[in-house]
Ligand binder design. Structure first.
Ligand code: GLU
Ligand code: ZN
Length: 476
């Protein structure tokens, strides 16, 4: 059977990069095995969920290039894929458990439970409060608010084989009669997730290790319903450098932040895949390599620590290398960052010509847009320091001479431009040092840029001549 996997975000914000890592593992396995990747929105908590957040999460998935076969927008045979639209299902299932004596209504009030908790604390400050099962055998049905609790067996244990952590045995006595449905009818996570994973035919549930304590409760539910549980794989955590749960106090944790900071999506995927998975000591992967090589055997148990510098280095590698990001894709991805700088209508041809000269150094698309700016801004922004230093009265004459010398060069290519410039300089008794920086400032507005003749070639004849002329004026 082809595997069916899912990622089940609670839409109360953005897509956390830890969540993206979990989604990625599920997605890679689905893609490698020709299985199905389902997105399910766990939005029963109306107060914390929002459609905006759903949209943000879907956008992040699209940006990462992780497509989903079933879920919001695309639908599918097991829908609806929003838990808020599946409440009837949870209600019926809960009724069934109550009818069969596997769950019960608990009328204990918060005050009563708090009091019991206080009493226990007074007797034994260290003991954890466990619901004592007060309403287990209650037969009356008073017209009072209630929660629904699962009747956890008092004996035996609940065991499962985790694909990463191996056999996990939990004595049932260690589990309390956990709540399935709140007083307001709101189904809790363990109930809704179990029903949906079953109804959606999920074959393998892979999620972060912080859910490992929920799994025995979910397995108890599968058994109570008479369903076969899926397989489970729990994944190590992405921690802060100090070993705490990674949060925005430590670093940017939303996928969108990295997009906005100009990281390439594959750089993000490549960095996060290493949290829990490795292939020898290979650092850099293409998506194809990840799909081909991903396997649960290579998922390890140890948590990883987030390293901002490493992340930046991995992302840069994906920007720099043409084999990882072909030129047309680079051009397409850098465009919005140019637009943010007010550079709209950037001609594709000149953009593609300019990128090879800057991609060796630009660590993000934000840097790249900065480095490309003068190719598309006319006139280029002028660095005043560079102007004062290089656009001197003496330089004015050189720039004018150079402009005239280059006006008729054929073809307008770096080699021909260089040959012509050298010929002109020799005739004037000049060396490159006498005028190159002035020419650079005239052409780019800056004192640093890719090699001069490459800049000219990209700018084209008209722009080059116009900028040299303008430089002459500014210098004179
Ligand atoms: N909505 C849960 C979460 O975001 C899903 C956990 C699971 O994958 O079962 O943590
Ligand atoms: Zn009770």
């Amino acid at each position: 059977m082809k595997p069916r996997l899912r990622f089940a975000p609670s839409p109360s914000g953005y897509l956390h990069i830890g969540g993206a890592r979990t989604a990625l593992f599920n997605w890679l396995w689905a893609r490698q095995q020709g299985g199905t990747f389902v997105l399910r929105v766990e939005d029963t908590d109306q107060e914390r969920s929002s459609l905006e957040s759903v949209r943000a999460i879907l956008d992040a998935f699209r940006w990462l290039g992780l497509d989903w076969d079933e879920g919001p927008e695309v639908g599918g045979p097991y829908g609806p894929y929003f838990q808020s639209e599946r409440k009837e299902l949870y209600r019926e299932a809960t009724e069934r458990l109550i009818r069969e004596g596997k769950a019960y209504r608990c009328y204990c009030t918060k005050e009563e439970l708090d009091r019991a908790r206080e009493e226990l604390k007074a007797k034994n400050p260290k003991a954890a409060f466990v619901y004592p099962g007060t309403c287990r055998e209650r037969r009356d049905e008073p017209d009072l608010p209630f929660v629904v609790r699962f009747k956890t067996p008092r004996e035996g244990s609940t065991d499962f084989v985790d694909r990463v952590f191996g056999t996990i045995r939990t004595p049932n006595a260690a589990q309390q009669d956990f709540v399935l449905v709140r007083t307001d009818g709101y189904p809790l996570y363990n109930l809704a997730a179990t029903i949906d994973d079953h109804e959606m035919n999920i074959t393998l549930v892979a999620r972060a290790r912080d859910h490992i304590g929920n799994t025995p409760q979910q397995i108890l539910l599968y058994r109570a319903f008479g369903w076969e549980p899926p397989e489970f794989a729990h994944l190590p955590m992405m921690l802060s450098p100090k070993g705490e749960k990674l949060s925005k106090r430590h670093a940017s944790v939303s996928v969108q932040d990295y997009r906005d900071r100009g990281y390439p999506p594959m750089g993000v995927l490549n960095y996060i895949v290493r949290f829990g998975w490795s292939l020898g000591d290979q650092e850099i992967f293409s998506l194809k390599e990840l799909i081909e090589n991903f396997s649960w055997d290579r998922v390890n148990k140890s948590d990883g620590k987030f390293d901002e510098k490493k992340f930046a280095d991995v992302a840069f590698e994906h920007l720099k290398r043409e084999d990882l990001m072909p030129l047309p894709e680079y051009a397409e991805r850098v465009r919005p960052f140019l637009e943010k700088r007010g550079l709209t209508n950037v001609p594709e041809e000149r953009l593609r010509a300019a990128i090879p000269g800057i991609r060796e150094r630009a660590r993000t698309f934000v840097d790249a847009a900065h480095d490309l700016d003068y190719y598309f801004r006319d006139p280029p922004e002028l660095d005043e320091k560079a102007r004062a230093k290089f656009l001197t009265r003496e330089a004015a004459a050189h720039l004018a001479g150079l402009r005239d010398a280059l006006a008729g060069v054929e073809p307008w290519e770096a080699a021909a431009l260089e040959a012509k410039t050298k010929e002109w300089a020799e005739a004037k008794g000049l060396t490159m040092k006498d005028f190159a920086q002035a020419a650079r400032v005239a052409l780019t507005g800056r004192s640093a840029s890719p090699p001069l003749f490459e800049v000219m070639a990209v700018l084209g004849r008209e722009q080059t001549l116009a900028r040299l002329a303008r430089g002459t004026e500014l210098a004179g």
